[in-house]
Design a binder for this molecule. Structure first.
Ligand SMILES: N[C@@H](CCC(=O)N[C@@H](CS)C(=O)NCC(=O)O)C(=O)O
Length: 248
């Protein structure tokens, strides 16, 4: 069978907080696939180390296994004759590349900090992991994950900042995003939505949807323009509940 005719499987973390997955990069990928009406089956796999790059999400199609959401989108776009989604040949696209990096690199670390270091986030994550693991294993898995992310955040430098500094940085990034959304009439990509909208949405959607009171998420929830952006992307997403299955 031609590779592009093989069923496409997308491996992501489990759904959470009313979103199809808790993973920001997988949210971006699923929104992009839905936007382009590319059929796929979402497979739930909470162990990123099972993927080809040790990170979530990844895809499998025939004999192909591929990680990294941007590489996946470029590959699928080429396979289907769509334009390269991360193509950058105008100054607006160059500015959006910077915005994606700000949110997928720096803001993403703040999301992880609120989930695995902030006490409110830790309480929620501990409870979620308990529901996803056999009895008695949950606390061990949570402790390993919290240690892993805590070490990564310290190595990146952000984990060495005071909580108030991390909060301040997260809120500043969101306030800068508001200026861009206002200027762009509610979208980040010209004639949106596009890759930058999906990428930034993937990073902010968990914070907008999770129930716990963490400081940057509280700020995000207080921004009507951001909530409207989230609602628009959420309503664009095709709901594919029957396509979700456990990996295996
Ligand atoms: N550049 C990658 C980033 C993927 C990524 O960082 N995924 C996170 C979850 S949102 C992950 O798997 N973290 C596990 C770890 O770092 O051990 C992409 O775009 O797919």
């Amino acid at each position: 069978m031609r590779p592009d005719m093989e069923p496409l499987r997308v491996y992501t973390f489990a759904p959470a907080w009313g979103l199809p997955t808790s993973g920001p990069f997988a949210l971006k990928l699923l929104a992009w696939l839905d936007h382009h009406s590319i059929p796929y089956q979402q497979k739930i796999e909470n162990r990123p180390d099972r993927g080809p790059l040790g990170k979530s999400p990844w895809i499998e199609q025939g004999t192909l296994r591929m990680g990294d959401s941007d590489a996946i989108m470029r590959h699928l776009a080429a396979q289907r004759g769509l334009p390269d989604p991360s193509r950058c040949d105008t100054s607006a696209q160059a500015a959006n590349l910077g915005l994606r990096i700000a949110f997928e690199e720096r803001f993403h670390q703040i999301v992880e900090w609120e989930l695995f270091v902030n006490p409110e986030g830790r309480r929620e994550m501990r409870a979620i992991i308990r529901t996803l693991t056999p009895p008695l294993i949950g606390p061990i898995v949570f402790a390993q994950m919290a240690r892993h992310f805590g070490r990564q955040l310290r190595a990146r430098g952000i984990g060495r900042l005071a909580p108030a500094q991390i909060t301040d940085e997260g809120c500043r990034l969101l306030d800068a995003l508001m200026l861009r959304l206002e200027a762009g009439g509610g979208w980040l990509d010209e004639g949106g939505p596009g890759l930058t909208d999906f990428a930034v949405w993937g990073q902010v959607a968990p914070m907008l949807c999770w129930p716990m009171r963490t400081p940057v998420a509280d700020h995000a929830k207080s921004l009507p323009i951001l909530r409207a952006f989230h609602d628009k992307i959420n309503s664009l997403r095709e709901v594919q509940p029957s396509a979700i299955a456990a990996a295996g």
